[in-house]
Design a protein around this ligand. Sequence first.
Ligand code: DX5
Ligand code: ZN
Length: 216
Amino acid sequence: MQHLIAPSLLSANFLQLEKEIDMINQSQADWFHLDVMDGLFVPNISFGMPVIKAIKRKAEKPLDVHLMIMDPDRYIGQFRDVGADILSVHYEACPHLHRCLQNIRAKGMKAGVVLNPHSPVSLIEDILEQADMVLLMSVNPGFGGQSFIPKTISKIKQLREMIDRQNLSTLIEVDGGVTLENKNELLISGTDALVAGNAIFKTEDPLLTIELFKKK
Ligand code: DX5
Ligand code: ZN
């Protein structure tokens, strides 16, 4: 499978959001990665429903919504209604993860589970079947522009083995500090989807950068 690229709009220029969305529409990117933060689960607040709803009207690619909020179960229906296609919730923010993932699927979205850097992949062994995607955080969530935590590489490999062993088609996504320099190692280790914020939007030519991210 050709790997997927999901530019994180957190690093976009919000004064020109429409232009940034058009750029992604025209690019080789596969998804829009949207980071929702509640100021409680993570020490930052980003954007919520009205902004996602507006993005949905312009976006021509699936919305990959990464929830960094406590008890995400409360909002699953609302995120579906504003246009989320993939909805990912943190293992650490969700006391009833199995039910939460089932609810996401029941509402017609792909279900993702996210692990913080301190959480071993073994924690999700028993609910892997309920997840269409596992998102491994390679920085502590909350901010763009941080540097990649090297330990993530061995977690990707372990997770790849676990998925193959269970004969599943769960995707592995990696988020945080992803660059053109480390992308190949991430792909070789078993990553299917790369999220990149700063490494795309803070470059001179984001369109070209996305093209380079898509190359093997
Ligand atoms: C961090 C977010 C990331 C962030 C990545 O909490 O989940 O999606 O935007 O930004 P970069 O690629 O700049 O590390
Ligand atoms: Zn994210």
